[in-house]
Design a binder for this molecule. Structure first.
Ligand code: NAP
Length: 498
């Protein structure tokens, strides 16, 4: 199935343009087969210290390179990623498990981000604005922050890293990046690409290791002025607290409890396709995964029947086999969490219509597979309808009206993505106004973000920042207001105004 290989048995940190070996390491396991793919270093705080020192030194010069020239490196990164798309995609499937078609989509997202952010090198717009006094000029401009720390999760090992590192780099910062220990290969490959693309030494530094050591050292390092984090709510809240004490800027993208609303006038077959793709794609391990379907009671039975029929056709197995549509769960802990929610759902009184079990026989025996699962007759307050499960589990919640559907959608602590299937244009516009998530889809599932739009959520999903889109630049830049008085005399703002 795989046509590429990693060509190394142990990864190394990338610090100041050098590959630095670390004694301690742990196995990266292919979740589809249970086999070791590579050893990943378990660095300590001293590696962070070295990476930050290198980044701090290199950033001073990088900030003086004109942004359009900084962007040239990103164009090169994009070209190399494009050339290596298949290699990156297969390696991504090996470390993360997602099916190859989705892995290719994720790598494409990184390529798109490279070219989009390279374009920002010729924009990075500030504003000029009239000054209130004569012979005075006023403008605002974006400035790099300095050294930025990025901490990324395992479920999108390359896309999320590009959402964060590319805007940081084009804006003139240097980066220290800690990828998830579960999925370090994309970080290793991307560091090699940066090196080949000619990024100066020290502008990107990759330090492998646990969040509790490497991540924690980054969060507490005085010379890292921004932490951009994507991951779970518990970790994000702790990081935010620590950063708050240090007045360190922190951008958080965290969990979701995303819903598809299916109204009584919806195209049901289209809704079924949207639900299948967004609930069971990446085995439900997406922050934007659909895990609730809020269905109008008039179409509930029809939707259940058609969903069940379509779920039966989902092929589950190793993502490198092009015929499989659903891959494995990242690890045993993930499987255990999903299993616990099946019991919670049953005990709460939801009706299990399909799935609900780990697949332990046949070819899937060695991997971590969970059958696509459908609960129905869930109520909005049940834990399975409130908490992030991060697996292929979806719960149908029947409602009586459009208004109730919106209320149920908004009645969770998260606010990442939502979707509505309806043919009524008035409902479309009311829904896009009233759904309180950072992303809203109409007549499509809850996944499918494009990189030139802001990505992120409201309420418990984040803290108001956005990844991707031009908005990503806000995380990695400081605004500077500049006044030039060319009157040759002292002019006092607010006082000497005629
Ligand atoms: P996680 O356990 O919070 O880990 C995320 C990253 O944080 C990993 O690199 C982890 O390192 C690191 N980390 C852990 N403890 C840390 C600490 N004390 N200090 C600093 N860093 C620390 O999350 P996950 O399970 O990998 O990812 C799944 C979660 O991410 C889900 O909740 C999902 O919804 C969310 N997510 C959100 C978005 C979004 O944009 N909103 C996108 C994708 C995923 P190690 O694992 O190596 O120890």
């Amino acid at each position: 199935m795989a046509t590429v290989s990693l060509q190394t048995e142990k990864l190394a940190n990338y610090i100041n343009g050098e590959w630095v070996e670390v004694n301690e390491s742990t196995s990266v396991i292919n979740p589809a087969t249970g086999e070791e793919v590579v050893q990943v270093p378990l660095s300590e705080a001293d590696s962070v210290e070295q990476a930050v020192a290198a980044a701090k030194k290199a950033q001073k010069e990088w900030a003086l390179v004109p942004a359009p020239q900084r962007a040239e490196v990103l164009y090169q990164v994009g070209y190399i990623m494009k050339e290596r798309k298949e290699r990156l995609s297969q390696l991504l499937t090996m470390e993360n498990g997602k099916v190859i078609e989705e892995a290719r989509g994720e790598v494409q997202e990184g390529i798109d981000m490279a070219f989009y952010m390279a374009g920002e090198g010729r924009r990075l717009f500030g504003q000029t604005t009239p000054a209130e006094l004569k012979d005075k000029f006023a403008m605002s401009q974006r400035c790099p922050v300095g050294v930025v720390g990025i901490i990324t999760p395992w479920n999108f090992p390359i896309a999320i890293a590009t959402w964060k590192s590319f805007p940081a780099i084009v804006a003139g910062n240097a980066v220290v990046w800690k990828p998830a220990t579960e999925t370090p290969i994309m970080a290793y490959e991307l560091a090699k690409i940066f090196e080949e693309a000619g990024l100066p030494k020290g502008i990107i530094n990759v330090v492998f290791g646990k969040g509790s050591t490497v991540g924690d050292a980054m969060v507490h390092h005085d010379d890292i002025r921004v932490i951009s984090f994507t991951g779970s709510n518990d970790t994000g809240r702790n990081i935010a607290g620590e950063c708050g004490k240090q007045l360190k800027k922190v951008s958080l993208e965290m969990g979701g409890k995303n819903a598809v609303i299916v109204m009584d006038d919806a195209d049901i077959d289209l809704a079924v396709e949207g639900i299948l793709w967004s609930a069971f794609g990446t085995s439900g391990q997406r922050c934007t995964a659909c895990s609730r379907v809020i269905v109008h009671e008039k179409v509930k039975e029809t939707l259940e029947e058609r969903l069940l029929a379509s779920m039966e056709k989902l092929t589950i197995g190793n993502g490198l086999d092009e015929s499989n549509k659903v891959g494995p769960i990242i690890n045993k802990a993930g499987l255990d969490k999903i299993k616990s929610y099946i019991e919670i759902g049953k005990n709460e009184g939801a009706k299990l219509l399909a799935g609900g079990y780990e697949i332990t026989d046949g070819e899937q025996r060695a991997g971590n597979y969970f059958a696509p699962t459908l609960f129905t007759d869930a109520t909005a307050d049940m834990r399975i309808a409130q908490e992030e499960i991060f697996g292929p589990v979806v719960s149908l919640i029947p409602v009586k009206s459009f208004e109730e559907a919106i209320e149920v959608n908004n009645g969770v602590t998260y606010g990442l993505s939502s979707s509505i299937f309806t043919g009524d244009v008035n409902r479309v516009f009311i829904a896009q106004r009233d759904l309180d998530t950072g992303i809203v889809y109409v007549n499509a599932g809850t996944t499918g973000a494009e990189i030139h739009l802001p990505f992120g959520g409201t309420k418990g999903t984040g803290n108001g920042h956005r990844d991707s889109g031009v908005q990503a630049l806000d995380v990695f830049t400081e605004w500077k207001a500049v006044y030039v008085d060319y009157s040759g005399k002292l002019q006092r703002a607010q006082i000497d105004v005629e």
